[in-house]
Design a binder for this molecule. Structure first.
Ligand code: SAH
Ligand code: SF4
Length: 428
């Protein structure tokens, strides 16, 4: 979501005639696109904003903008202004389309401009220019905001209520992207399974998927994130029959303990989650990934063991693992917190277990052939390309850079925990 928002910010700048600077020292404008989902993300961005103070002093014409969900937090604008008085522009995540008019105002008067309007249901802005940087893949928002209020999460407070884009707008954008040569589309939303649930236009996520899958072209479709309370078997059945939709599902579980899931306000049980997983596993060669958190307030050793057991039972191909980080204004931030020590011990065990599972799953790919969408050159090795299987696994293989953006068949020759190595296979 953040990467795609940066593409929109870059698109707005490009439309004004800006081009990417070779390095930040040469920039005329620096835009920080912030995230406040965890404290580590916030601390990092504060460090980076602090680091441009000298540059601004040497070049007072330099424009500095801070955009995104961190600036949208209550009181953040005042805090940013006080800590970094050299910031010119502060815009919230729902106001990023105002970057161009904010620059106009700064150029004319050169005094501070901000809009972190806390309208809970900001209008959906269509046709924001996008400067796409993600190669063969194009991100497409299908909805904005979130209504779920998981007790640890700041998203509903900084991104407002759930709003779905019109299906026609989504389908038009995807058709244009495919006509423009994109080979993979990734749909984005905080909870894609509730697409259009709040409108009476008769659409839902399954219908959207069906309609995208009907587009007559060779491309891959992925989506994230699904929510186990809304994800359903219909979606799996559509994936089964639509060759364009990848057998790859990101289904964040967060915890394996029903007691913790309840306090997290996730609205499902581990048993329900596992029943969805067994249905998803009826898809051939499916890649299932998740988000899991440790150290949520009151999490006991038993709760944590339940998370480990769930990981072992499902055997995700990959898991994004997080240490719980209290976020101001959320329900869980006011609960008694666990010590940093316990959190550290638990995340270490969780990561070690998942790494072992990922390595085992990699081995299952050995000797098999897969269709790969060639995405890029390998950053480290000359003459080596990389791409993904339909299930989402990264594969490296020798090949000519002219193949980027094409589909090739690759036989897997060597496996590592996080990546696979293979050879292009010209089969009968
Ligand atoms: N809407 C998506 C996730 C958005 S945030 C969903 O519901 O799955 C991405 C991930 O960040 C979450 O799945 C969660 O695991 C993690 N996360 C969110 N808030 C967090 C917090 N306060 N501390 C640690 N991790 C958090
Ligand atoms: Fe946050 Fe929960 Fe909404 Fe995901 S579903 S964005 S975790 S509140």
């Amino acid at each position: 979501m953040n990467v795609h928002e940066s593409e929109k910010l870059a698109g707005i700048l490009k439309n004004r005639g800006y081009a990417p600077a070779e390095n930040s020292q040469q920039a005329d404008i620096i835009v920080f696109n912030t995230c406040c989902i965890r404290d580590t993300a916030e601390q990092k961005i504060l460090g980076n904003i602090g680091a441009v103070k000298k540059q601004k002093k040497l070049n007072p014409e330099l424009i500095i903008a801070v955009v995104g969900c961190m600036s949208q937090q209550k009181g953040a604008k005042e805090l940013l202004q006080q800590k970094f008085p050299y910031i010119d522009i502060v815009l919230g995540s729902s106001n990023l389309h105002e970057l161009s008019s904010a620059i106009d105002k700064i150029l004319l008067k050169r005094h501070f401009f901000s809009n972190v309007d806390d309208n809970e249901r900001p209008e959906i802005i269509e046709n924001t220019p996008v400067y796409r940087t993600s190669g063969t893949n194009a991100w497409v928002n299908i909805m904005y905001g979130c209504n779920n209020y998981c007790s640890y999460c700041v998203v509903p407070y900084v991104r407002g209520r759930e709003r779905s884009r019109q299906p026609e707008a989504v389908l038009d954008e995807i058709k244009t992207l495919i006509d423009g040569g994109y080979k993979e589309i990734t749909l984005l939303g905080q909870n894609v399974d509730s697409y259009c649930a709040l409108s009476d236009n008769g659409w839902n996520f399954a219908r959207l998927l069906e309609n995208i899958a009907k587009i007559d072209a060779k491309f891959r479709l992925r989506f994230m994130s699904s929510h186990p309370k809304d994800f359903n078997k219909d979606i799996v059945d559509i994936i089964r029959t639509a060759p364009n939709i990848c057998n790859n599902i990101h289904l964040p579980v967060q915890s394996g303990s029903d007691r913790i899931l309840k306090i997290m306000n996730r609205k499902y049980t581990a048993e329900h989650y596992l029943s969805l997983i067994s249905y998803i596993k009826t898809l051939p060669d499916v890649g299932i990934t998740t988000d899991m958190m440790v150290g949520f307030p009151t999490e006991t050793d038993e709760d944590f063991e339940l998370s480990l057991s769930l990981l072992k039972e499902v055997r995700f191909s990959n898991a994004y693992t997080f240490v719980y980080s209290p976020r101001k204004g959320t329900v869980a931030a006011d609960m008694p917190q666990l010590s940093a020590d316990i959190k550290k011990q638990r995340i270490t065990r969780l990561v070690a277990l998942q790494n072992a599972i990922s390595a085992e799953i990699s081995q299952e790919y050995q000797g098999k052939n897969f269709e790969i969408l060639v995405e890029d050159k390998n950053a480290k090795y000359d003459g080596v390309l990389c791409g993904r299987t339909e299930s989402g696994r990264l594969v490296n293989f020798q090949g000519d850079a002219g193949l980027i953006g094409q589909f090739v068949n690759v036989e897997i020759k060597k496996t590592k925990a996080a990546s696979l190595w293979g050879e292009i296979y010209v089969g009968k």
